[in-house]
Design a protein around this ligand. Structure first.
Ligand code: BG6
Length: 580
């Protein structure tokens, strides 16, 4: 997803670029920077990685205003013309979001000859036209809020006002960090930490007028507003790989400690505390995107089995447009690592508009979804940089288990929770390179499982395809014989998750049907019997899903390494899709 950074203060180019690099994890395909030097706006933009932008970049440390952007192409392909910043007339800006009515707006901008395919350039022309009429940027931005439909976070510089920067947001995330000699605006926290840990969160239509020693914030009616101060509480002032080759590997290695930190926060003297009580609901609807949906399915497994509450799980992009049959005993739970995913946010709004109780399970503190939901539980997984989620997914699964345990505090499970971090560490230490080399030779892979093993298979399959680009799909093992088994031959590899003791014999017979047709099978299992070509053996445990997650994630990681993929920033992917 696009990322924007704007900075006013000393050494603006360096500080802006540092911020931009800390947004790389959001996913992008081009980047650019604009800065004011010798009373002129200089723009540089390149396709591909930020390193391309840095080649021959003028790091003049006397520059004190800069805006920059990483673009994840939505309107128009990834090329230099479409890359941001866009300059039209006196206005230069960067944009994260999608303007839904940009073609309509373009019809009234025929006096401008726009050169790109982007909606962003239309915004710049619109602001330039309004500025030439009203010559007051705050007033112009207030008027723009009634004209733009869709989502936007904008950082703007104006040829006529060389000592100020302006910004405004609607639905796309934007925060403003500050210290006594500089101000930085950005799409997300990681981009400001090299400058400051102090920041304000911005609401829709907040208008910012920023000069080197003053930050004014206005509402859309141009009333000045005072914001609540926030201080980012992580110990790290910047994000780093801490010596690991990839953020994904670092974040998998963090999982045991994150698991323990969550237990320390939400289980005191074996009592579940600070976890929302779901016992009064008859029906729970879990809504999310990507891996968060797969965590939701693990939640379904635990909530139905421990708390005996009917639980359904939906992809947010489907949920938004389907028929909703609610009763007031329905709880809608949304799960989102970033707390900014557009589809999930819109699904939450539907539940809020139906006056239902809503609960958000979120990682990013005070993100849009966290602020929109009536109740929120934070996953405390710290900043997750790798686009393919690992630790946040695991944390989401654990929070959902705690929701179920709050209703039914099963002693055996609560006791076993404390053992899981050390068991996880054991499986993190194991070597999965050999099994990964088998997998890397295939172009078509099926993950299979039944019930909770199928829910895990969905996540294992997504992890593999996200970062290794190998075609993979997850299938309920019992369903395979109704059609898909026609694909089974010696060009296909099956990875079977076989850990649920109540049902694994059924899965094993499905595996035999598959090997009889020539496909090779890797089993991730707690069962010593011989029923597959390869086996990743894991110890049996009442909480085995939390153990199975580790080999699944590390196998995907090792395959992607063999395939020399860009593991932390897979092609076409974004860490959080804040557009529809
Ligand atoms: C995708 C991410 O874009 O969005 C996935 O690549 C993630 O890792 C999904 O699971 C949902 O994102 P979020 O932030 O709402 O959990």
């Amino acid at each position: 997803m696009c990322g924007i950074v704007g900075y006013i203060g000393n050494n603006a180019i360096k500080n802006t670029i540092t911020g931009l690099k800390n947004l790389e994890y959001r996913g992008y395909d081009s980047s650019g920077i604009a800065y004011i030097k010798n009373n002129k706006v200089i723009i540089k933009k390149e396709v591909g990685r930020i390193d391309n932008l840095l080649t021959n970049l003028d790091y003049d440390n006397s520059v004190n205003i800069a805006i920059a952007h990483t673009r994840w192409a939505t309107h128009g392909e990834a090329n230099k013309t479409n890359a941001h910043p866009h300059k039209v007339g006196k206005i230069t800006l960067v944009h994260n979001g999608i303007i839904e009515n940009y073609e309509k707006l373009k019809e009234d901008l025929t006096d401008y000859s726009l050169i790109s395919d982007t909606d962003t350039e239309v915004i710049a022309a619109l602001i330039d036209k309004l500025y030439n009429k009203y010559s007051d940027m705050k007033l112009v931005l207030s008027k723009v809020t009634n004209l733009l439909k869709g989502s936007y976070a904008l950082a703007i510089i104006n040829d006529d006002i060389k000592d100020k920067m302006f910004a405004i947001r609607k639905d796309s995330p934007l925060i403003v960090g500050y210290d006594n000699k500089s101000t930085i605006i950005a799409s997300d926290i990681p981009a400001i930490l090299h400058v400051t840990k102090k920041y304000y969160l911005l609401n829709n239509y907040d208008i910012l007028e920023i000069s080197s020693n003053k930050l004014n914030i206005y509402d859309k009616d141009l009333n000045k507003i005072v914001k609540e101060e926030n201080t980012y509480d992580a110990d790290s002032t910047t994000i780093s790989k801490d010596g690991y080759e990839h953020y994904m590997l670092k974040e998998i290695n963090e999982e045991p400690d994150i698991f323990k930190n969550i237990l320390d926060k939400y289980i005191i003297n074996d009592k579940i505390v600070d976890i929302y009580d779901i016992s009064k609901y008859e029906n729970i609807e879990i809504v999310a995107c990507g891996s968060a949906t797969h965590a939701g399915l693990i939640g379904k497994y635990y909530i139905e089995n421990l708390a005996s509450i009917k639980t359904s799980v939906y992809y947010a992009s489907e949920y938004r447009y389907q028929k909703h049959i609610y009763n007031q005993k329905t709880l809608v739970i949304v799960i989102s690592q970033s707390g900014e995913t557009a589809d999930t946010k819109e699904a939450l709004k539907i539940a809020n508009e139906a006056n239902l109780d809503t609960l958000a399970i979120v990682n990013v503190y005070k993100s849009s979804i966290a602020r929109l939901a009536k109740n929120v539980i934070y996953t405390h997984a710290k900043i997750e940089v790798a686009v393919a989620t690992t630790k946040a997914y695991m944390a989401q699964c654990l929070i959902l288990l705690l929701l179920a345990l709050k209703v039914n505090p099963d002693k055996t499970i609560i006791n076993e929770l404390h053992n899981i971090p050390n068991i996880m560490k054991k499986y993190i230490k194991k070597d999965y390179k050999e099994i990964a080399s088998v997998i890397s030779n295939y172009d078509h892979i099926f993950y299979l499982g039944r019930l909770v093993d199928y829910y895990l298979a969905l996540e294992g399959s997504l992890k593999l395809k996200e970062i290794s680009y190998i075609h993979s799909e997850a299938y309920p093992a019992g369903e395979l014989k109704h059609g898909t088994i026609s694909l089974m031959d010696n060009n296909v590899l099956v990875i079977a998750i076989v850990t649920d003791n109540k049902i694994k014999d059924k899965t094993i017979s499905n595996i035999k049907e598959i090997t009889a047709r020539g496909a090779k099978v890797i089993a991730i299992t707690n069962d010593n019997r011989e029923f597959s070509d390869y086996k990743v053996l894991i110890e049996d445990n009442i909480l085995i899903p939390f153990i199975t997650i580790i080999p699944m994630q590390l196998i995907a990681y090792e395959v992607a390494k063999i395939k020399k993929c860009d593991i932390d920033k897979p092609r076409n992917l974004a860490k959080s899709v804040t557009v529809e």
